[in-house]
Ligand binder design. Structure first.
Ligand SMILES: NC(=O)c1ccc[n+]([C@@H]2O[C@H](COP(=O)([O-])OP(=O)(O)OC[C@H]3O[C@@H](n4cnc5c(N)ncnc54)[C@H](OP(=O)(O)O)[C@@H]3O)[C@@H](O)[C@H]2O)c1
Length: 260
């Protein structure tokens, strides 16, 4: 029986390529985004090319009704693979970012991803199979001006994914955090700084990004870093992270904070 994948943010960029690649692998699809016409065009193309079934749902995942509609699908239908890809990253200093953009970013990048993950998990655990791909960013471990909220939301995606992986690993469910670096999509136009302002020689295409992410998925990677060539850097960083937590904490303040 064919498997069904639900992809958020499937109307452009990385999400649209996930749809193409998963269709080519024979998955039936549920495609979610706000732009219904784009989803409909993609659905027609993929149905014709791959003979799969594709359903589209126009939903704004930054508002209650949109989140709730997709939660209902995930709770009531057998979705084998959830790709939490929809995201936004307005580029502005923290004080200059509008209240509306800040709230929308938090709702989409954090609340929607959290709610859809929680809606998908019970069925996957009960069936003892399934996977959730959470699209984060290398900004999860990088803090810089003008992207404070975006980086923080992506740090959430990474930590949330890794913790859940520990909860469900005995249930045959995979949680994969995919951390793209610069990727050529509409993301930067939406962010308010057109991609032409960046050195695109340091960017990969959405096709390269998704193909690398799926290679990691096929290896059951919990964290996939398509742009990081030297994996030792990540391993050193991650070992330091674990040692920082468990290595030297002993219940008393560090000597540098104790008065002489
Ligand atoms: N491009 C990069 O350099 C880069 C780097 C690191 C991480 N990422 C991450 O990759 C993911 C995909 O981004 P992308 O680069 O492919 O950008 P993109 O082309 O702008 O795609 C974003 C997708 O999210 C959807 N979306 C945006 N707001 C939404 C909302 N309120 N409700 C529902 N869907 C919404 C958009 O569809 P509608 O507008 O039709 O709703 C679109 O399909 C994001 O999570 C992003 O943070 C991108």
């Amino acid at each position: 029986m064919s498997k069904t994948a639900l992809i958020t943010g499937a109307s452009s960029g990385i999400g649209a390529v996930y749809a193409q690649r998963l269709a080519a692998r024979g998955h039936d699809l549920v495609l979610v985004a706000r732009r219904a016409e784009r989803l409909a065009e993609l659905a027609t193309e993929l149905q014709q090319a791959h003979g799969i079934s594709v359903r589209t749902i126009a939903a704004d995942l930054s508002v209650e009704t949109g989140m709730a509609s997709i939660e209902t699908v995930l709770r009531n239908e057998e979705i084998d693979l959830l790709v939490n890809n929809a995201g936004m990253g307005p580029i502005a200093s923290t004080a200059d970012l509008s209240d509306e953009a800040a709230a929308q970013t938090l709702a989409l990048n954090v609340t929607a991803l959290m709610r859809l993950t929680r809606a998908a998990l019970p069925g996957m655990r009960a069936r003892k199979t399934g996977a959730i791909v959470n699209v984060g960013s290398v900004m999860a471990f990088h803090a810089m001006p003008a992207t404070s909220l975006y980086s923080a939301t992506k740090a959430f995606v990474l930590t949330y994914s890794r913790a859940i992986q520990q909860e469900v690993q005995a249930d045959g469910v995979l949680i994969q955090a995919v951390l793209p670096a610069g990727t050529i999509t509409e993301f930067y136009d939406t962010a308010g700084v057109p991609i032409a302002n960046f050195d695109q020689s340091a960017f990969m295409t959405a096709e390269q990004l998704v193909d690398a992410a799926l290679a990691g998925f096929d290896r059951s990677e919990e964290v996939t870093l398509p742009s990081v060539h030297d994996l030792d850097l990540w391993n050193t960083y991650d070992t330091a992270r674990q040692n920082l937590f468990g290595g030297t904490q002993n219940g008393s303040p560090a000597p540098r904070y104790q008065s002489a």
